[in-house]
Design a protein around this ligand. Structure first.
Ligand code: HEM
Length: 507
């Protein structure tokens, strides 16, 4: 029976009336503040009806659409409320440079990413250490990514691809349908692990390892940006997967040390060996748990992006049979019939159209749509001769994908046209010189710039070379290039993401 108090109001209504009034008041305050008291010194704020939620939904559904919409309205700087916090977006060449090139005393990547990445990568690496230590770690990783080392990866990549196709259920027979994202997720993790992490990891490559990494990948979800410690099943699985993968690497290191360390190393050198003999600038050897965590961080950083780009490449190729044919022709002319033997040295420069395919896909499908930094001291950004103050309570955003998709820099920007890059050597050279003042920065710029760019081009070019050499791809009946799913924090094709394949007749 409903309880009524002496005034005749049901008790549940009396209990709810205060919270409802408070919410209504806070909504009214939020709206009035935006309409009547905007802070003129700060960037224009995207209007929203609700406090805390602000523009979260609008932004989350399609960040690029959001950026372009408000760039048109406000220019290259504006702020919006995302999960209760004001975020300031800086666009255009100056915006890219301002965010990516500010100094560590002004901005911080670690303050933003540490909560999300610490449980995935583990302690004392990447954003769980000082910016200076991260720079040292990146330098150490770079030693294993020299041109000579990269050349030696090509046969490993091709071997992994061959093995994958021979065993994958989707690729049996002469034609069929395959799950593009699944195929790219497995082949990018296997090619990276097999090439960078040496013999023992190569021997362990099976679905089990791919599943462990996939489990880590699944925890890259927006909620974990803000509340990484929530006791969600996805986080419990993440923590178990981290422990298991870290144990694989520490066992490898222990076994190598038990066999005599560096003196027991055969000709095979890899990133684990390289880190085992490395020291920081002060002479401290890299601790074993850091080697294990760097291996996880590196594979996650690379694979997360590479599988997304690889998937988009296959969808784009399926919708452009002319480019598939041209790629096949390019391989035949540059490498002859035996791709495996002859492809070893300097593969990417031998296959310029393959590289343009990767580059054009990065332009339209940059996997990282939003780069964030915490603001450590009040900053000033000047756009079209107007200066704005950015207080420390804001988060700073760079989205170089916006310049990469702007007609100002790329005619007919929505068209996927790899050959546009033939006429853009000047643009690329200028970009090299101008660092972060470039319209095309899929690998970032400044101190957080990617260490894996050459690796990624080589890996993706080799994977496409292998796929195009062996198969012809077609979209599913009535389907084209899929829409983008932004919920996984990177620009991934909406699932199910499938294509038809047919074995290529080797004419
Ligand atoms: C298509 C593939 C890839 C793309 C699009 C990509 C993109 C990026 C971007 C945009 C950044 C800068 C992030 C920021 O400023 O916050 C970055 C950093 C980084 N990437 Fe990559 N990456 C790719 C592949 C790889 C690979 C293969 C590796 C390793 C072999 C790698 C390792 C790293 C590392 C260690 C950082 C440094 C993080 C930091 O200093 O904060 N990436 N990457």
């Amino acid at each position: 029976m409903m309880t009524i108090n002496p005034t005749g109001t049901p008790v549940w209504a009396e209990i709810l009336i205060i919270p409802i009034a408070l919410i209504a008041l806070s909504i009214a305050r939020h709206i009035i503040q935006q309409l009547l008291f905007p802070n003129k010194d700060e960037p224009p704020l995207v209007f929203s009806w609700l406090p805390f939620i602000g523009s979260t939904i609008d932004y989350g559904i399609d960040p690029y659409k959001f950026y372009f919409k408000y760039q048109k309205k406000y220019g290259n700087i504006f702020s919006f409320v995302l999960v209760g916090k004001k975020h300031t977006v800086c666009l255009g060449l100056e915006g890219n440079n301002f965010v990516l090139n500010s100094s560590v005393s002004e901005i911080s990547a670690a303050d933003i990413y540490r909560g999300l990445t610490l449980p995935i990568f583990g302690k004392d690496v990447c954003y769980d250490c000082s910016p200076a230590k991260l720079m040292e770690q990146k330098k150490l990783l770079k030693y294993s990514l020299t041109a000579d080392k990269l050349d030696s990866f090509v046969p490993v990549f091709l071997d992994v691809m061959q093995n994958y196709v021979e065993h994958a259920e989707d690729f049996q027979g002469n034609e069929g349908v395959f799950d593009v994202v699944e195929c790219m997720a497995v082949t990018t993790i296997f090619t990276a692990a097999a090439s960078l992490q040496g013999k023992e990891v190569r021997e362990k490559l099976d679905q089990g390892l791919a599943d462990l990494y996939h489990t880590l990948d699944l925890s890259f979800i927006p909620i974990n940006f803000y509340l990484p410690g929530l006791p969600l099943p996805v986080n419990r699985r993440r923590d178990e997967a981290h422990k298991k993968i870290a144990a694989i690497y520490t066992n490898i290191i222990n076994r190598r040390r038990a066999l005599g360390g560096e003196s027991a190393r055969e000709a095979d050198d890899d990133m684990i060996w390289s880190l085992m003999r490395s020291t920081y600038k002060d002479g401290t050897p890299v601790p074993d748990h850091e080697i294990a965590n760097l291996m996880i961080g590196l594979l996650m950083a690379g694979q997360h992006n590479a599988y997304s780009v690889g998937s988009w490449i296959l969808f784009r190729l399926a919708s452009r049979p002319d480019i598939q044919k041209a790629l096949y022709q390019e391989q035949r002319e540059a490498l002859g019939t035996d791709l495996i033997i002859s492809a070893r040295r300097d593969l990417v420069s031998k296959l310029p159209l393959h590289k343009m395919v990767v580059r054009e896909t990065l332009r339209l499908h940059d996997p990282i749509h939003t780069v964030m930094r915490a603001v450590k001291v009040p900053l000033t950004f000047t756009s079209t001769s107007r200066s704005y103050k950015i207080p420390t309570s804001h988060v700073l955003i760079s989205a170089p994908g916006v310049t990469a998709q702007s007609a100002e820099y790329f005619p007919e920007p929505d068209k996927w046209e790899p050959r546009r890059w033939e006429a853009m050597t000047d643009f690329l050279e200028r970009g090299e010189k101008r660092g972060a003042m470039s319209a095309f920065l899929p690998f970032g710029a400044g101190r957080h710039r990617c260490v894996g760019e050459e690796f990624a081009y080589l890996q993706l070019c080799t994977i496409i070379a292998y796929m195009v050499r062996n198969f012809v791809f077609r979209p599913m009946e009535g389907e084209g290039v899929p829409k983008t799913d932004y919920t996984a924090m990177l620009t991934r094709p909406v699932l199910p993401a499938r294509l038809q394949w047919e074995k290529r007749s080797k004419e």
